[in-house]
Design a protein around this ligand. Structure first.
Ligand SMILES: C[S@@+](CC[C@H](N)C(=O)[O-])C[C@H]1O[C@@H](n2cnc3c(N)ncnc32)[C@H](O)[C@@H]1O
Length: 252
């Protein structure tokens, strides 16, 4: 790994955020986005973890984060390239233990490795960002598995986007193994729809997975997936072993 970490560059006009996102969020958060934000609040409420430090990747101004969420942690670090979003996030009532960091964990193939190393005790929340940014190598599932398998993380992210409104609009949790087509048919039953695939379906491979539709604009819908990854107990197993025991590779 190189010695200096990839740095976030400020942006205000980015397709995955920026001024347009602030305008939309301010207009829609209590209207068309309210049901989706309620779904996110439910997912986060159910995400009870042992870590006291949380790193949020792509929080923007926290429009989707329910009030009080940040105070659940002793320390919160936000990785967010939009300076206006950082300013607004810092003004939240529950942002008392918030700080910002300049690591860009998403731009380079080793970004998630930097994330794990820079915040060795934290859990990570990818806040509707992985479906917006192409993985810098392979795909996000492979990178998460390689660099964050031993850590606690959760993500909600776009799986597909489409111009066709879904007929089923509630949140769904799916425990069985099924294809993207089968999941889409739950929200668009009996409809042939044209979609943009954001290459994040069943991120990480282990479920359960939850889904909620998000009407990002008056005409465009995203299907958003929630997944919570529990740290694999590799570290725990290793601490039980004497120093001269088998190498870790044989234990997994
Ligand atoms: C679709 S918005 C989601 C915002 C917010 N989490 C929400 O759910 O409303 C994606 C966010 O990711 C941020 N972002 C873009 N590139 C990023 C990067 N490399 N690292 C961290 N955040 C990034 C954008 O600035 C934007 O705030």
């Amino acid at each position: 790994m190189p010695t200096s970490f990839p740095r976030l560059r400020d942006h205000l006009l980015d397709p995955s955020g920026g001024l347009v996102y602030h305008l939309r969020a301010r207009r829609q958060r209590h209207r068309n986005w309210a049901a989706f934000h309620a779904a996110v609040a439910g997912w986060l409420d159910g995400w009870r973890i042992a870590e006291k430090e949380l790193v949020i990747v792509g929080p923007n101004a926290g429009y989707a984060l329910p009030g009080g969420f940040l105070s659940r942690f002793d320390g919160v670090v936000a990785l967010e390239p939009d300076p206006l979003a950082r300013h607004l996030l810092a003004r939240r009532h529950d942002a008392t233990a918030l700080r910002f960091d300049r690591l860009d964990s998403l731009r380079t193939p080793d970004g998630l490795a930097w994330l794990a190393a820079r915040f060795p005790h934290a859990a990570f929340l990818f806040s509707n960002v992985l479906g917006q940014i192409s993985a810098p190598a392979e795909d996000w599932s492979a990178l998460l598995q390689r660099h964050l398998a031993g850590r606690t993380w959760a993500s909600y992210h776009d799986v597909i986007s489409t111009l066709t409104a879904p007929s089923y609009r509630d949140t769904l949790t799916i425990t069985e193994t099924e294809s993207l087509e089968t999941t889409l048919a739950r929200f668009w039953p009996g409809q042939a729809i044209t979609v943009t695939d954001h290459a994040t379906f069943r991120l990480s491979g282990t479920g359960p997975f939850a889904y909620a539709p998000w009407p990002i604009t008056g005409t465009r819908w995203h299907l958003v997936e929630w997944v919570a990854h529990r740290a694999q107990d590799q570290a725990q197993v290793l601490t039980l072993l004497p120093d001269d025991a088998c190498p870790p590779a044989t234990l997994r």
